[in-house]
Design a protein around this ligand. Structure first.
Ligand SMILES: [Zn+2]
Length: 325
């Protein structure tokens, strides 16, 4: 029986997988790749597909090799920096030493880094030497949301590949196939901004409609900096919900931009609220506020407290509203 791998069809069709697949087919599998993507769900699938393709020509999901990859029982395939913890120089030393040893099964050795943004500068420097003088048959597949997290010296020694945003229809089908209900899959895909990770989180939001109205209510009430205090302890800014809140806020502000441009909003169900927000914020202010959201995501990734990020977000929103009148 064929094993199940989330979003397999969609990721297999991505240009990122096809690029690496074609390198493998031509016998030019690079000793190091850097995959740019913030879609961690899609990355998990991409990593599995790459690993399977290295040991099985079709990445068939059925043969012994593919099954071992899927069960993570291949001793020559290692997954690093998967969590939120920092990856230290000591860990990197152990890893580069490991990379220098002969493979267990006689084939290629693969090291996948899911959150390269978690790898310290000192650890990256440690890896540099191995990238400069690669061991035969040893491959590093690094990944991060953006290239800024990697040292320029590291970037110059890897092949950069972008895992592009997925079309709405691909997101919807992928979510459906992974067991999400049709209505929720459609919603997640519509507002997921090309990311399976975001689409899935938004599809899973139990109180989506309420969450949207809370966020739009917050935007409409933020008139001056003293208004910030009343929202600091709002449940939608809790550690668990702040990321979803940022995604929804991004859609709300993006919709206000669309209204300025005479385009139909994504969240048509709150059209009146959106019109009010478009009235409050100029296009320039909305653009600046959207940039603030990006900064907030980076701060959360860097382990800033949710409440501090919420404070910063709201103060900045009040500020850009005034600056860009
Ligand atoms: Zn196979």
């Amino acid at each position: 029986m064929k094993a199940d791998l989330r979003y397999e069809k969609e990721v297999r069709e991505s240009s990122a997988f096809r690029t690496i697949e074609s390198d493998l087919r031509r016998g030019e599998f690079s000793h190091a790749y850097f995959i740019l993507s913030e879609d961690k769900d899609a990355l998990d699938t991409l990593f599995a597909l790459i690993a399977m393709r290295v040991y099985c020509e079709n990445a068939c999901l059925e043969c012994k090799e593919c099954r071992k990859v899927l069960m993570r029982s291949k001793p020559d395939v290692k997954y690093l920096a998967e969590g939120e913890e920092n990856f230290s120089v000591e860990e990197m030393s152990a890893l580069t030493e490991d990379a220098g040893m002969t493979s267990f099964e006689g084939g290629a050795k693969l090291y996948f880094f899911k959150n390269f943004e978690r790898v310290s500068e000192a650890a990256q420097n440690k890896l540099l030497k191995t990238l400069e003088e690669p061991y035969p048959g040893v491959h590093f597949i690094l990944s991060a949301a953006n290239a800024a997290s990697a040292l320029p010296t590291v970037l110059s020694r890897v092949k950069q590949v972008i895992l592009s945003a997925f079309p709405e229809e691909a997101l919807r089908e992928g979510l459906l196939r992974s067991g999400v209900s049709p209505e929720r899959a459609a919603r997640g895909a519509r507002i997921g901004q090309g990311s399976f990770t975001r689409a899935r989180a938004l599809a899973a939001d139990e109180d989506f409609a309420r969450h949207v109205s809370e966020v739009s209510g917050m935007v409409r009430s933020l008139k001056k900096s003293s208004d910030v205090r009343s929202f600091l302890r709002a449940p939608f800014f809790s550690k668990d919900r702040i990321l979803s809140t940022l995604s929804i806020l991004e859609i709300v502000l993006g919709d206000a931009v669309k209204l300025h441009l005479g385009l139909p909003p994504t969240l048509s169900e709150i059209a009146e609220d959106l019109a009010e927000i478009a009235e409050m914020y100029t296009t320039a202010a909305l653009g600046a506020a959207l940039d603030v959201i990006t900064t907030c995501r980076i701060r959360l990734k860097a382990n800033c407290l949710a409440q501090n990020v919420a404070d910063y977000l709201m103060l900045k929103m009040v500020e850009v509203k005034y600056k860009c009148r």
